[in-house]
Structures are given as structure tokens and as C-alpha cells.
Design a protein around this ligand. Structure first.
Ligand SMILES: NC(=O)c1ccc[n+]([C@@H]2O[C@H](COP(=O)([O-])OP(=O)(O)OC[C@H]3O[C@@H](n4cnc5c(N)ncnc54)[C@H](O)[C@@H]3O)[C@@H](O)[C@H]2O)c1
Length: 334
């Protein structure tokens, strides 16, 4: 197959990782252009990867006819407008999560993609972690019966630049992974209601500024299943992503925080290494999702996680915000 010519919008931390994947880690893609309104970011990455086209304005990248598909790795609140602009330009779209931060934005993005008939894949990389992929398959094959209890958790290793974290990030950008995971692991049901409890336990001094760094969410699903999602921004022992599905015929336990299978035995006891970065612990998942995206663009097939998956996870996040504001159970409006 001919390689899919990809343009990257947003050359920060995640964009640099995805851009490197498109340029160096895949056989089915190549990176032909990079755009970032903070041009030094785009130039640095372009130099590193040998990419000749650098744009300050992402609209110029979208007007570039060589670019077949784009990766959107910009700040969350800009995603939906770049999805719409990319769809109107006829490009295949890989968009980092969240696709949108309001229900209206999500609908507008989905409508623009449908109208243009382009591919849209959302960066819910957890679906591409081996354990989670396998669990999704086994649940669909009814290997553990009907899901009754589900759990998903995300613990980031360190809270940096806490002052700059936008309000509600814990739901809109962190737990959104867990919400999509839970939806994926409970495929024959819809989320109905949530109760969310959240606080600033790591930086209580920033609570009045709107920081929430710790949260637990209970979600009720239409098949009766009850799920919990939890997050914390400072797991001192390393990046931690796990899940569990308990069904009528058994249980699946997912996720492993170990970097490798080496076990260290010393006078201090037994230990193993953990990851300090999501891109280390979930490296393969990030590469696999991009490989799937390039295949979908090349062979004109429909990727998942889709815009509708993004909208469903967002609906849970928005209900969490409502629940924290009111202190009560909030309906999930799909
Ligand atoms: N899937 C995951 O596990 C995962 C992990 C980390 C981050 N993310 C997501 O990736 C996205 C980017 O996060 P990051 O950590 O790379 O952020 P970042 O701040 O490191 O990078 C963002 C980049 O976007 C550029 N930018 C700012 N405004 C822009 C605009 N209006 N249009 C185009 N570009 C703009 C910035 O100059 C910067 O280079 C976020 O949505 C985040 O939620 C996903």
C-alpha cells in the first residue's frame, strides 16, 4: 500500500509522540507537514523528524493538497473546531480525546464528519492496550456473561503546572478515558446516571481556583450494571491504569503497571520498575491506534473509537460536572 500522507496539528508533548509514530514507527504512514501556532514547537519537531513543511497556521496545513489525513493534538478546547475544519477540507482525522467539551460541539463535529464522508478516529488509546482489547472481545463473545460490576482507574504519576490546569479537566480529559473504557466493556448498554465525588487533595490550596485532582464516579447503566471510575493526579509509584469487569459467569482483571517482567530482589525486599509516562506504559497502544487509523484512511473503512463513542463518553463527563455542582445524582443526557 502507499503510505498515508499525514499532517500534524499541534506539536506539543502528545503531538510530538504521534508525529514520531507517523514518521518513524509505522510502515503505512508518513509525516509530511506540521502546524503549530507556536512555530518553534513545529520547527523543532520538523527538524528532528526531517519534515520539510512547517506551518504556523493550521489552516494552511489543511489547504495543503498533499496532506491526506491529520492528527489533531492541540489543547482540548480547540479540538472540535479543528475536526470541523479538517472535515471541510476533506482530510481523514485522528483527534486526541476529548473530541469536544460541550454536547453541541460534539454534535457539530459528528455532523461535519458525516457530511464530508471522511474517517474520524478518537484517541481513546486504552481500547488498544492488549488486556483491554482482549476483554472487549471476550465480553462480546459472552465469556463472562452479563456485566454487573465494572471498574476503571487512571492515576497519573505527578501533578505538574497545577495552576494551569483548566477547570473540570479531571472529568473532560482524564476520566474521559475511563468513561470510554467502561462503555467499551459494557457494550450492550447505555450510561443512565452518575454520582461524582471530587476534591483537591494533592493541592488543596488550588481548590478555590477550580482544581480537582482526585475523583470517584459511580455510573449506572441501562442493563443494571454499576460501574466506578476513579482518578488521581499524583500516584507516587508511577503511571497506573487498570480495570475490572465482573459478570454473571466470571471476572476479567485488566492492566499491569509493571514496565517489564523483571523482578528485583535486594536486601530491601522485592521490587519492579514502573512507568513515569503514559507513552511508556501504553507505548504499544499508542502505536497500534495510529496504525489502525492509517489503514482505515488507506482502505476507506470506518474506524473506532468513533465520534459517537466520544459523544457518549463526554455525556458522562458532563453529567459528572453537573453532579459535583449539585451534590446529587445527575442524568446522562445522550
Ligand atoms: N490519549 C492520551 O492518553 C493523551 C495523553 C496526553 C495528552 N492527550 C491529549 O492531547 C492533547 C494535547 O496535549 P499535550 O499534552 O500534547 O499538550 P501540549 O500543551 O504539550 O501541546 C499542545 C500544542 O498545541 C499547540 N496549540 C495551542 N493552541 C492551538 C490551537 N488553537 N491550534 C493548534 N495548535 C494549538 C500548542 O502550541 C502546543 O504545541 C490534549 O487534548 C490532551 O488531552 C492525550
Amino acid at each position: 500500500m502507499t503510505k498515508v500522507k499525514i499532517g500534524l496539528i499541534g506539536a506539543g508533548r502528545m503531538g510530538s509522540f504521534h508525529g514520531t509514530t507517523a514518521a518513524k514507527r509505522l510502515d503505512n504512514a508518513e509525516l509530511v507537514a506540521i502546524a503549530d501556532p507556536f512555530k518553534p514547537n513545529a520547527e523543532r519537531l520538523a527538524n528532528e523528524l526531517g519534515v520539510s513543511k512547517v506551518y504556523e497556521n493550521p489552516k494552511d496545513l489543511l489547504a495543503d493538497e498533499e496532506v491526506e489525513a491529520v492528527i489533531i493534538a492541540t489543547p482540548a478546547r480547540t479540538h472540535s473546531s479543528w475536526v470541523i475544519a479538517a472535515a471541510e477540507a476533506g482530510k481523514g482525522i485522528f483527534c486526541e480525546k476529548p473530541m469536544a467539551v460541550t454536547a453541541q460541539e460534539a454534535e457539530d463535529a459528528i455532523a461535519a464528519v458525516a457530511k464530508a464522508g471522511v474517517q474520524l478516529q478518537i484517541g481513546f488509546n486504552r481500547r488498544f492496550v492488549d488486556d483491554f482489547t482482549q476483554a472487549g472481545k471476550e465480553i462480546r463473545e459472552n465469556r463472562i456473561g452479563e456485566p454487573q460490576l465494572l471498574r476503571s482507574l487512571t492515576r497519573d504519576p505527578g501533578l505538574n503546572n497545577a495552576e494551569k490546569i483548566p477547570e473540570w479537566t479531571i472529568f473532560l480529559e482524564t476520566l474521559i478515558h475511563d468513561f470510554d473504557t467502561l462503555n467499551f466493556l459494557n457494550p450492550n448498554a447505555d450510561p443512565v446516571s452518575v454520582y461524582a465525588s471530587a476534591d483537591a487533595l494533592i493541592r488543596p490550596d488550588l481548590k478555590d481556583n477550580g482544581l480537582l485532582d482526585t475523583a470517584v464516579v459511580t455510573i449506572k447503566y441501562s442493563n443494571g450494571a454499576i460501574a466506578t471510575a476513579e482518578a488521581n493526579f499524583q500516584a507516587v509509584y508511577g503511571y497506573d491504569v487498570r480495570g475490572e469487569v465482573f459478570g454473571t459467569e466470571g471476572m476479567l482483571s485488566l492492566g499491569n503497571i509493571r514496565m517489564n517482567s523483571m523482578v528485583r530482589y535486594t536486601k530491601d525486599g522485592i521490587s519492579h520498575d514502573t512507568s513515569r509516562q503514559d507513552t511508556d506504559l501504553l507505548f504499544n497502544a499508542y502505536v497500534t491506534e495510529m496504525n489502525q487509523f492509517a489503514n482505515c484512511v488507506r482502505y476507506d473503512t470506518t474506524p473506532t473509537p468513533s465520534g459517537n463513542d466520544a459523544k457518549k463518553a463526554l455525556a458522562i463527563a458532563l453529567a459528572c460536572i453537573e453532579s459535583v455542582k449539585t451534590g446529587a445524582v445527575a442524568p446522562v443526557i445522550l
